[in-house]
Design a protein around this ligand. Structure first.
Ligand code: PMP
Length: 383
C-alpha cells in the first residue's frame, strides 16, 4: 500500500505543479483563512465540548439588558480590550450579534428616528465597505436609506455616518467627515487590531462594532459585538436582534469566549512565538513586504503608503499593514478588475466602493499557498 500512496502522491504533485499557472486565485472576499495555521499550531487549546443537554435555553442572562449575551463571552471581550488597549469598555453596554453584519443593521434600526416622514440618510466616505449600501437598502426600509459618499453629502437634517477605521478597502485611519451636529456615528472598528495597525489609544466612541472575523480569523463563527454608550440605543439594538433571530447562537458565543481567552493568555505569556498578535503581525508584515516588492517590480501598479506610528500594545513603531491591498492601475488600464481576472486573479473593483474602476481591493488574508501564487503572478506582470 505504501507504493500505491507514494505513486499517487507523486502524480498529484505533478498535476498540481502543472496546473498551478491555470489555478484561479480568488482574493475577492476577505476570507481570513490565513489564521488557520496559528489555530492549528495551538492544537486543542480552543477545542470545546458541549453536552447535548446544555445551553438549550433561549436565555443567557435574563438580568442583563442584552439577555442573550453569554456572561463568559462578555467577560472575555472586556479582558481582551484591556489587554490590547484598543477600546474603552467602561460604562458601555455590550450587545452580541451574528457577525458585526447583524449589529450594523441593529444599529441602523436603533439610530433611526421614528418620528420623521422620510427615511434617515446613511452615508460613509468613499471608498467605503461595499456591503454598506446593499445592506442598507436591501429591504427598502422606511426608516433609513443609503445616501452615498459622506464627502458630498449636503442634505440638512439628521443622518447616520459610518466611520470605518482602519478603512475597508484602503486601510487608512479615519474620522467622521460630515460637518454637522445632526449626525450620529457608527464606528466600525473591525480592523482596529495590532496585526493591522498601530494601536495608539483606546477607541472611545458612542457606538463601536467589532468582530471575531477579522480579529481572530473565526469568520465562520459569525460573532460580533457592539460597545454602546447609550442605554436606549443598546436596548433598541437588542430588540432588533430579538425580532430578527431571537438572540445569537450560544454555541458560537462559548467558542468565541474560549478563543478570546486563549488570545489574552497568549499575550500575557513572555514567550513571543506563541503570542497571537506577534504571529499575525509578522505574517502581515511579511506579506506587505512581498506585495510592495512585486508592485514595485511591475511598474504598473501602486498601493497606498502609510505613515509609521507607535503601537502601544506591541511597543514598536510600524506602518499600517491592512487586511486588504487597495491596488491602483497606474498605466493605461482602465478596468483593473478585468485586467487581473485575465491573469486569473479575482479581486473586487473600485465601483463597488464608490470610486473608479482603476482601483481594486485584494484580500491579504488568504492561505499561504494562494497568497504565494498571487505574489508570483504579480511579480511577472510587466508594464
Ligand atoms: N465591517 C467591515 C468593515 C468588514 O470588512 C466586515 C467583513 N468583511 C464586516 C463588517 C462584517 O464582518 P462580520 O463577519 O462580523 O459580519
Amino acid at each position: 500500500s505504501s507504493s500505491v500512496s507514494s505513486s499517487s502522491s507523486s502524480s498529484s504533485s505533478l498535476t498540481m505543479a502543472q496546473g498551478d499557472e491555470d489555478r484561479v486565485i480568488n482574493l475577492d472576499h476577505g476570507d481570513p483563512t490565513m489564521y488557520e495555521s496559528y489555530w492549528q499550531k495551538m492544537g486543542d487549546e480552543t477545542t470545546i465540548l458541549i453536552p447535548g443537554w446544555q445551553f438549550m435555553s433561549y436565555f443567557s442572562d435574563a438580568t442583563n439588558l442584552c439577555w442573550f449575551l453569554e456572561p463568559e463571552f462578555a467577560k472575555q471581550i472586556v479582558r481582551l480590550h484591556k489587554v490590547v488597549g484598543n477600546a474603552v469598555t467602561e460604562n458601555r453596554y455590550i450587545v452580541v450579534g451574528t457577525g458585526s453584519t447583524q449589529l450594523f443593521q441593529a444599529a441602523l434600526y436603533a439610530l433611526s428616528p421614528t418620528t420623521e416622514a422620510d427615511p434617515i440618510s446613511v452615508v460613509s466616505a468613499a471608498p467605503y465597505y461595499s456591503s454598506y449600501p446593499v445592506i442598507t437598502d436591501c429591504l427598502k426600509s422606511r426608516l433609513y436609506e443609503w445616501a452615498g459618499d459622506a464627502r458630498s453629502f449636503s442634505k440638512n437634517g439628521p443622518y447616520i455616518e459610518i466611520v470605518t477605521s482602519p478603512n475597508n478597502p484602503d486601510g487608512y485611519a479615519r474620522h467622521s467627515v460630515v460637518n454637522s451636529r445632526d449626525g450620529t456615528l457608527i464606528h466600525d472598528l473591525a480592523y482596529y487590531w495590532p496585526q493591522y495597525t498601530p494601536i495608539s489609544s483606546p477607541a472611545n466612541y458612542d457606538l463601536m462594532l467589532f468582530t471575531v472575523s477579522k480579529s481572530t480569523g473565526h469568520a465562520g463563527m459569525r460573532i460580533g459585538w457592539a460597545l454602546v454608550k447609550d442605554e436606549d440605543v443598546a436596548r433598541k439594538m437588542t430588540k432588533y436582534i430579538e425580532l430578527n433571530t431571537i438572540g445569537v447562537s450560544k454555541d458560537s458565543q462559548l467558542r468565541a469566549a474560549v478563543v478570546l481567552k486563549v488570545i489574552s493568555n497568549s499575550c500575557e505569556r513572555p514567550n513571543e512565538v506563541d503570542s497571537f498578535f506577534e504571529f499575525s503581525y509578522h505574517h502581515m508584515a511579511k506579506r506587505w513586504k512581498q506585495l510592495r516588492q512585486a508592485v514595485h517590480q511591475s511598474g504598473l501598479f501602486s498601493v497606498p503608503d502609510f505613515p509609521p506610528q507607535l503601537c502601544k500594545f506591541l511597543n514598536r513603531v510600524f506602518e499600517p499593514q491592512p487586511a486588504f491591498a487597495w491596488l491602483k492601475c497606474e498605466g493605461e488600464i482602465e478596468d483593473c478588475e478585468s485586467f487581473l481576472r485575465s491573469k486569473r486573479i479575482l479581486t473586487r473593483g473600485g465601483k463597488h466602493f464608490g470610486v473608479s474602476p482603476k482601483y481594486v481591493r485584494i484580500s491579504m488574508l488568504d492561505r499561504d499557498k494562494n497568497y504565494d501564487t498571487f505574489i508570483e503572478r504579480m511579480s511577472m506582470i510587466r508594464a
